[in-house]
Design a protein around this ligand. Structure first.
Ligand SMILES: [Zn+2]
Length: 330
């Protein structure tokens, strides 16, 4: 993804400057890992996230082609996600709507939600976006080119589809789990444009979610990059600090502190911003951060965002952490 980056001076609360830029199988039966819950002494069976499977889900999205709204590839990719979620036993709801882009194009979009334990009152929301930006706008050689969006879009889809497959194959956690795939995230205006031109799907969902609510949410965006690091992003710290700490602590406890870095970084407008501010559901962002690159590497919104930069180890770190988070609820 990305819409805009706001670098915040946290001591003064002043915005120093605003940098606009645009914005994770081999289907094997999983083995469950058993873990001692230190707080209750109960033994919880947490599914074993299969990184090969997640990787294949990423590849599947990429193989369909760029998931650019109003194209047959976009339709096919959405249908594929719905088909897999249905096959994995979820209650699936599709929110179809139209939205107009900053450059005047009316898009036919679909937000897709898959629910497990639909009757449970306490719910955890896991989200990502599934569309692809229509142009490789930061590609130095051809900014009009289409690109694969392997990390920016497909990686989050891969992780959530593997979580769906795992939830289908084992005892569900006590909480309800909703997997939400936002559409229309990446058709935004760069270089100082309107921040609200991004994240069309999450904005629509937040305004039209009915009586849906969740205990908290976790957004995934670009979660498959090799040697990825995920920092303490600014808006997450401001709006859902407890959840941020909880997830990073869980990641560290199961050996993924190399990926989940408790380092304070600036704030980014992404889908979770609208879930926090409009839907009023506290939500954090697990988002790729590249040291000395202003959050993103040179693959961002370029044709370098392809399967070559996707690493199964990163997909595993994110997916296993999320499974532990939902199975160890206090
Ligand atoms: Zn993007």
């Amino acid at each position: 993804m990305k819409s805009k980056i706001l670098w915040l001076n946290l001591k003064t609360g002043l915005i120093l400057f605003v940098l606009f830029c645009p914005i994770v199988f081999s289907c094997q039966v999983s083995n469950e890992s058993r873990n001692e819950d230190k707080t209750t002494d109960k033994v919880v069976a947490v599914p074993n996230f299969n990184a090969d499977s997640a990787y294949n889900f990423v590849q599947e999205q990429v193989d369909i082609g760029p998931r650019i709204p109003n194209t047959k590839e976009h339709d096919a990719a959405g249908d594929k996600i719905i088909g897999r979620l249905t096959a994995y036993g979820a209650k699936v709801k599709v929110q179809a709507f139209e939205a107009t882009t900053y450059d005047g194009v009316t898009l036919a979009l679909r937000n897709i939600m898959a629910s497990y334990n639909p009757e449970a009152k306490k719910r955890i929301l896991l989200a990502t976006h599934w569309d692809t930006r229509p142009w490789a706008s930061k590609d130095k050689e051809d900014p009009q080119a289409k690109f694969d969006g392997a990390n920016d879009g497909a990686s989050g889809v891969g992780v959530l589809l593997e979580i769906a497959r795992q939830l289908h194959g084992t005892t569900l956690p006590d909480v309800g789990v909703d997997l939400l795939f936002f559409d229309g995230e990446d058709w935004g205006q760069e270089n100082g444009g309107n921040a609200d031109s991004w994240c069309l799907g999450s904005q629509y969902w937040a305004k039209n979610k009915g009586n849906y609510s969740a205990y908290y949410g976790i957004l995934l965006d670009m979660v498959g990059g090799k040697n990825a690091q995920f920092p303490y992003e600014g808006i997450s710290r401001q709006m859902a600090k407890k959840i941020l700490t909880k997830v990073w602590t869980q990641a560290s406890e199961i050996g993924y502190s190399r990926y989940f870095i408790p380092r304070k970084e600036g704030a980014i407008t992404d889908d979770y911003y609208y879930v926090n501010t409009i839907a009023k559901i506290p939500m954090i962002d697990i988002l790729h951060w590249e040291p000395n690159a202003g959050y993103f590497g040179d693959w961002h919104h370029s044709r370098k965002d392809n399967m070559k930069i996707i690493d199964k180890n990163t997909l595993k770190a994110v997916g296993q952490t999320l499974l532990h988070v939902v199975y160890y609820q206090d």
